[in-house]
Design a protein around this ligand. Sequence first.
Ligand SMILES: [Fe+2]
Length: 310
Amino acid sequence: MNGLTGIEKVTYGVDDMSLSCKFFSDWGLNLVKDEADIKVLETLEKSQIILRKTSDPQLPKAIEEGPTVREVIWGVSNQEALNAFVDKISSTVDITWGDDGIPRCIDPNGLSIGFQVTQCQKADVKGTPSNTYDQIFRVDLPAPVYDRARPLNISHVVFFVEDLEAHERFYIDLLGFNITDAYPGRGFFSRCVEEGTHHNLFLLKVPNRKKGINHVSFMLRDIYEVVGGGLHFSGCQWDTLVGPGRHPISSAFFWYFQCPGGGQVEYYSDEDYLTRDWKPRLNLEPTPENYAEWAIVGGLDLETRRQKLT
Ligand SMILES: [Fe+2]
């Protein structure tokens, strides 16, 4: 057990601070720090998106050109676990302690990652389950229609990598992440906890694609919020990449939007929850049907409530 809990903070270097700030406000995050050179936005569980200008010398080195994710901070359950974790990995990787008290190192992509005692806390939020033939969860209670989303946490990050094996040695062997599922030679899903949601980190090697951000994903309370949230966000004139749809791997309902901070952001809900009894599926094929059971390209239109046809 490595004591890790999940993602605490994701820092972006962006070209347009006010546009990116509006993007994440529309996304449903709360703006908790609003200064000229830094914006901080929080989910309901208080995981944070941090925005700084691409040119800000305080940002860690970029792993690709243009706006992109510049750092990921992972949570650890308590100070004792953090000290033990850093002690363990410091014989293998260089650790630097920032003025903010956060120990940091560099992953094989060249991405800055750090660790802090978790500041996240459970949100007082209730999702609405679906009724099935044999399990009736909703009685005299219609399923909700949401007018926007309020993301609970930053559940996973996904990066393109150039050296998949080096990442496996780093995240699995050294940091103690658990492999959930894998596409041999092409990528693997991993979770920083033994018991929890399907993945916190998905690393993907695609021929002729350099390293960089793929997407940052936010958990919503139920599948109805994915649709209501996506419709609202679409109505704010942000562009869908693909969604809504459903991933057969992880089971989640999803909706991906293009992000001015680089890559995409994802709303999702109803992801598989795994324990130590989960048997990783290590021979998955990267086929279209494994990516999405079904999906709508271009999204849905808030006005017509139908597929966007442009
Ligand atoms: Fe995702």
